[in-house]
Design a protein around this ligand. Structure first.
Ligand SMILES: [Zn+2]
Length: 259
């Protein structure tokens, strides 16, 4: 079989999980050979960085999702260390290193507060690679017509490391048009049970947006190229949206003002 990322003919021994196992996925898997063993192995580097050094670790700890090796979620986001409960109790997590900057709207009566943390710890490139590989694999698996229609060359170059130029994405759950689910029927339902949703929006022949949602986190990326003009609408309308890596947002701010 030909690997969809590097085009090498291969007889893979392992099967690629479209959504990483450490998000709790045991069923949404590509047939063997669709992704070769060497690509599969190399993906684990950006996968583990994106899953432990980013805001995703909070959600994984909160949902008590064990890692591939059946360990509780554990990670570091800048000054904070995040650990899941040893007994895998849902909703219990330990955060070390909190300071006043991280705590907003503290309510003395209920002892509750809003936790403000940075989303990535030098893990933006890893995260973008994770979103892109998930998006392309999901479309290959569940929306073959869409997969055949587009060329994913820029994405493949980036994922297989020949190109390491930053690829922008935006955190927002705002939708200009309705995104459509990539997985269908049973897969869609089972992914929802592990707090995941994967959807797409075809804007034009150069813009195929992929949205990955995990718990309360939603990230949208263009699978076809690094152009990010399309973000303007999302960015203007959703005040809480952020563009990553952050230098893209600074460029963006020069052009548009948040309303
Ligand atoms: Zn490959």
């Amino acid at each position: 079989m030909k690997c969809i990322f590097c085009d090498n003919e291969n007889e893979a021994k392992s099967s690629e999980h479209i959504v990483p196992e450490s998000f709790g996925n045991t069923f949404y898997i590509l047939p063997k050979g669709v992704v070769c063993d060497s690509c599969n192995n190399s993906f684990s580097t950006f996968e583990s960085k994106a899953l432990t050094d980013s805001v995703f670790v909070f959600e994984r700890a909160r949902f008590s999702v064990p890692s591939k090796k059946r360990k509780g979620a554990k990670g570091k986001v800048n000054e904070l260390i995040i650990e899941a409960d040893e007994k895998f109790r849902k909703g219990h997590l330990f955060i070390k290193g909190l300071n006043n900057e991280n705590v907003k709207n503290f309510d003395a009566h209920t002892q509750s507060f809003k936790l403000v943390v940075s989303a990535f710890d030098k893990s933006e490139v890893a995260a973008s690679k994770l979103f892109l590989s998930m998006g392309m694999e999901a479309i290959y698996q569940s929306q073959r017509n869409l997969y055949d229609k587009h060329s994913f060359n820029e994405l493949k170059e980036f994922i297989t490391k020949k190109d390491n130029t930053d690829w922008p994405f935006i955190s927002t759950d705002f939708e200009t048009d309705k995104f459509k689910s990539i997985p269908t029927y049973y897969d869609k339902y089972r992914l929802k049970k592990i707090y995941c949703s994967l959807s797409y929006l075809e804007v034009d022949d150069k813009t195929l947006l992929f949205k990955f949602k995990y718990g309360g986190i939603a990230m949208t990326i263009n699978l076809l190229n690094r152009d990010y003009q399309w973000m303007e609408l999302f960015y203007k309308r959703d005040k809480s949206s952020c563009i990553f890596p952050r230098h893209f947002e600074r460029k963006f701010l020069k052009k548009v003002k948040k309303k």
